[in-house]
Ligand binder design. Structure first.
Ligand code: XMP
Length: 503
């Protein structure tokens, strides 16, 4: 495996994803948790950081245990830290450097830049710059503004790059990372098929003849988890799929059918009334989330109690949830609730077969498992469902209006070939009414907002620039067909500062 030491950069996860895309298994660990005892480490990448090396609170480690022992690549802060800790000089750049640049010169002999030509576009994002390299550091690439854009330590398998090879805008970034993996002698045999084979074997070994329970949500992560577990233990897996009355139109029936096709043993529970009753009159977003979250646990526990001898709780946890966060401004914006597990009082052991996968890998595994595309390519959908897309209090009538509007929007999005180009989309029912005119009648009805965003990880997102003709069609269909709606608006906010969901 390859180890990525996380110094707190926002792009650390992206480094991990790029390495995995190159079919190399890697793990992201906090900067001070290097697995010194491991015998299978092939190489090390040091990430960027929000700190400057000369900050009091900067994350620092003793590199003597790592340099010389493994091939090392420092990225941004990682490169600065290696240079600084060897006696080089790092100072604030005259002007902070963000954005596109081009490599004006490259050392054609250096293996890190094999196959990369001068002129190649890179992405810079740094406030500091290395102004002086230690003697045995050799410059291997420069830009017009940054002389020390990349270096190689002579006589040592250690490199540093000031730019970010992991981001999309560094055109040859993946090539550079691949070159580094080759330097490390990585086998690059991490594929969905090999993952499935080894995971199913491990699950068989770990679970034996034990019984497992799992909550399905209709989403990709829990579905792939279920199919993997089913492959390993078959009928010893029982899945529970709860209808909280806040799913998309016909979603419960459709997804249940899909699950049955997959051969899963699923108990579908209709708990609509319970949720509508408990949510009646509640308008505060966090309170709604808490009620829905707790409701899930109640229903799940009740079903689980009816089953005998359950030992394990399966969960669709994926890698981004697992990576120990070094978030420096760790505030809770919304209390996310995942349908997966949570019943703490059940005394079950946890089994999370996807805990080391990124989202795109989960999808690749699902396809390899033979799951239908529409299950795999499904947009993310929040656990609390339409409950956080009906602003204000929730009633069955509002759910009906929103389900109908959302269904028209999503069906047209598929019809127009837009669905797969969008990260996530949905309709929101606003708690305002406005005046309209239909025929000769004055109307005073609800407003529906449409949301569609592009994103790669939901951490940041941009509003999707959907064609006007498409929006016109959707608006027209909704207003004509959904009783109770006389106005449709389109949300043009990006995240940040907005969020994807409205509540
Ligand atoms: P925000 O609104 O925070 O959403 O930009 C980011 C992503 O998370 C999804 N989301 C949730 N998913 N339980 C979930 O499983 C939740 O409580 C929840 N809230 C938001 C949201 O749909 C988007 O993909």
């Amino acid at each position: 495996r390859l180890i990525i030491l996380d110094f707190g950069s926002q792009t650390t996860q992206l480094i991990g994803r790029r390495v995995r895309e190159l079919n190399m298994y890697c793990e992201i660990v906090p900067y001070n948790k290097f697995p010194h005892d491991a015998t299978d480490v092939k190489g090390v990448i040091l990430s960027g950081s929000p700190y400057s090396v000369y900050d009091e609170s900067a994350f620092k480690i003793d590199l003597s245990q790592i340099r010389g022992k493994y091939p090392v690549l420092g990225i941004c802060y990682g490169a600065q830290f290696i240079a600084y800790s060897s006696g080089g000089k790092v100072e604030p750049a005259n002007s902070r450097e963000y954005g596109r640049a081009n490599l004006t010169s490259i050392d054609p002999q250096d293996p890190l830049f094999k196959g990369i030509e001068p002129g190649s576009q890179i992405w810079m994002s740094h406030g500091d710059t290395i102004t002086q390299l230690p003697d045995n550091f050799k410059i291997i690439a420069s830009t017009n503004d940054v002389q020390n854009a990349a270096y190689h330590i002579e006589g040592e398998q250690t490199w540093g790059v000031q730019f970010h090879p992991e981001v999309f805008h560094t055109t040859d970034g993946t090539k550079l990372l691949d070159n580094f993996l080759n330097i490390c002698g990585c086998a690059k045999d991490w594929t969905p098929a090999s993952f499935i084979e080894s995971t199913v074997a491990e699950l068989k070994e770990k679970l034996g003849n034990d019984k497992v329970i799992l909550a399905l949500s209709g989403g990709v992560d829990s579905s792939v988890t279920a199919v993997l577990l089913n492959k390993a233990i078959g009928k010893n897996l029982t899945c529970i799929f709860v209808d909280h009355g806040l799913l998309r139109k016909n979603e419960f029936e459709n997804v249940l059918r899909d699950y049955e096709h997959l051969g899963l043993n699923v108990i579908g529970v209709n708990a609509k009334d319970k949720f509508y009753r408990e949510l009646a009159g509640v308008t505060e977003p966090e309170k709604k989330r808490k009620i829905i979250g707790k409701g899930f646990i109640d229903v799940f526990n009740e079903e689980a109690r009816k089953l005998k001898d359950i030992k394990w709780l399966g969960q669709g946890t994926i890698y981004p949830d697992v990576i120990e966060s070094l978030s420096i401004t760790g505030t809770t914006i919304k209390s996310h609730h995942n349908v997966g597990g949570l019943p703490k009082n059940m005394d079950l052991k946890l089994v999370e077969p996807l805990r080391l996968l990124f989202k795109d890998e989960v999808r690749r595994v699902g396809i390899e498992l033979g799951m239908q595309e529409h299950l795999i390519k499904r947009h993310p959908f929040p656990g609390p469902g339409l409950g956080i897309r009906i602003l204000g209090d929730i009633t069955p009538e509002k759910v009906r209006i929103l389900q109908d509007a959302d269904d028209i929007y999503m069906s047209l999005m598929r019809e127009w070939g837009l669905y797969d180009k969008i990260w996530q989309a949905g309709a929101i029912l606003l708690p305002i009414r406005s005046v309209g005119v239909m025929g000769d009648e004055r109307t005073y009805e609800n407003t529906v907002a449409l949301r569609a965003v592009t994103s790669s990880d939901a951490m940041t997102a941009d509003w999707a620039h959907l064609p006007y003709e498409f929006l016109a069609k959707v608006s027209n269909e909704i207003i004509n067909k959904v009783k109770g709606v006389n106005r449709v608006v389109y949300d043009i906010s990006s995240k940040p500062p907005a969020t994807i969901e409205w509540e």
